[in-house]
Write a protein that binds this ligand. Structure first.
Ligand SMILES: [Zn+2]
Length: 327
């Protein structure tokens, strides 16, 4: 067990037993994030930290339902005063497990969902960069990733996504992806087709018809800081329009792939405003204000663990991160 994990366990234990703990949760918006709700990892997902067991997912939703006022995106965007303990549940990355496991559980527990989708992955025509990198790392070792990246210091997949990848331009990123495809011995299309990991058009439509709000997660899951005007149009705006065509419903929110505030560039935000978008979501585990900034909504990624640790992740850790962050 890492020292981080021990600290989380210990602090959550103490904080959860405080009689004043519920006062922490009042007023400001909380937003949580899930990805792939599935019983086990496989070679396309191991190491990405995206998989959560369906039973664990149900437990987390029950906890959230007991301790918070669960919102729809419409309620958040309405401008009306928020309830006492507002919380929004979101799911990123287009995994088919949303229709197979997550949405049915959420429906049963009456939890509204916002689902952020990558338009290029619909119908399993290709493999996302993240799943391709995981496949190469899991089947051939991280050494192959290092060679394709020409960077011997890459420690693991998280390091690849957090440090190496954001520094690339779009053309460098495409070239790197191509080298990974060569390493995998596949352009990813047949792997995607065989795995059926992502939503089909029909599944996406049925999800939207069942009341799940569909949001935009870019076409190919890129770091938006690398996009110029034409890149924004292709990766974000056209992607959103395609989702609207599939679902027949407006797309009014964007979740930034990898979730960093730096990817919400002034150019991107201004194009989004012009196009009628109303909200942008991050994943920096920070704190939302009582009146949240809808162009930088902080989310907390959910993981397995007892209730008190989820509560720690939602109530203690974001404040700690905010306090530590340079002004
Ligand atoms: Zn994502």
């Amino acid at each position: 067990m890492t020292s981080h994990r021990i600290l989380r366990k210990a602090i959550s234990h103490v904080a959860w037993s405080l009689p004043t703990r519920d006062r922490l949760a009042r007023r400001a918006l909380r937003c949580v994030l899930f990805h792939h709700i599935w019983p086990a990892e496989d070679e396309l997902t191991a190491g990405l930290r995206v998989t959560l067991h369906p039973e664990e997912f149900a437990d987390r939703l029950r906890f959230l339902g007991r301790h918070y006022d669960l919102l729809t995106l419409s309620e958040l965007l309405s401008g009306s005063p928020l309830p006492d303990r507002p919380l929004l549940v979101t799911i990123d990355d287009t995994y088919r497990s949303v229709v197979m496991t997550a949405a049915p559980v959420a429906r049963e527990l009456k939890v509204p969902l916002v689902c952020f989708v990558n338009s290029s992955l619909i119908d399993n025509a290709r493999l996302s960069f993240d799943n391709l990198a995981a496949y190469v790392a899991n089947t051939q070792g991280i050494g192959l990733i290092r060679r394709a990246a020409d960077d011997a210091s890459i420690r693991d997949l998280q390091d690849l996504f957090e440090r190496y990848l954001p520094a690339l331009t779009m053309s460098q990123r495409r070239a790197f992806e191509q080298r990974l495809q060569e390493s995998a011995g596949s352009d990813g299309a047949h792997l995607a087709s065989a795995a059926q990991l992502y939503l089909s058009t029909a599944e996406l439509r049925s999800l939207a018809e069942s009341g799940v709000e569909i949001g935009n997660h870019t076409a190919t899951h890129v770091h938006c800081r690398a996009l110029d005007q034409s890149g924004i149009m292709a990766e974000v705006i056209e992607a959103g329009r395609l989702l609207e065509t599939y679902t027949g419903k407006p797309v009014r929110s964007l979740s930034l792939p990898y979730g960093a505030r730096r990817d919400a560039t002034p150019l991107l935000l201004s194009v989004l405003r012009d196009e009628g978008y109303q909200a942008v979501f991050l994943v920096e585990a920070g704190v939302n204000r009582a009146i949240p900034d809808l162009w930088a909504i902080e989310r907390v990624a959910m993981r397995a663990g007892p209730d008190r640790e989820t509560w720690f992740d939602l109530e203690i850790k974001p404040r700690w991160e905010e306090w530590r962050r340079p002004a």
